[in-house]
Design a protein around this ligand. Sequence first.
Ligand SMILES: [Zn+2]
Ligand SMILES: [Zn+2]
Length: 160
Amino acid sequence: MSNKGRPALSERFLETCRKHGLKVTPQRAGIFQEVSARKDHPSADDVYRSVRGVFPTISFDTVNRTLVTLAEIGLIDVVEGLGNRRRYEGDTTLHHHFHCTVCGRIIDFTSREFDTMKIPDDIRRRFHVYNHRVVLTGLCPTCRLENHHLSHHTNEGGFA
Ligand SMILES: [Zn+2]
Ligand SMILES: [Zn+2]
């Protein structure tokens, strides 16, 4: 492992691209690595701004389309956004999200209780559920300190 620089392309990435007949281009690999390296659930615009440093001629449209493709083949996840900006993440393992409604941060957390939560029967009958993630909304620790007056507002969040 190098201390800076990007991690080597994972077998999973190469394998999945091969399986879907997707050519591994430096740009695709770079976009995937950028999303995988970040913990902040970046939007297409965030990814575009970062990878432009590496690929100066890349267009926003290319970045956007690549993200959609990577999500379609399951290499990255689409994260439910607050507002209309679609956001992505490279961590496709089961975890849950806390959305701060003030600063918009999406913070990962794990919970055995949520992982093993029972899906209600009527939901199971209506939908084919293959994954579940609990989304909590509220104030992150930083915003909580700065917004005492909002701290009584509650919103329970739900499934995504
Ligand atoms: Zn916040
Ligand atoms: Zn996440």
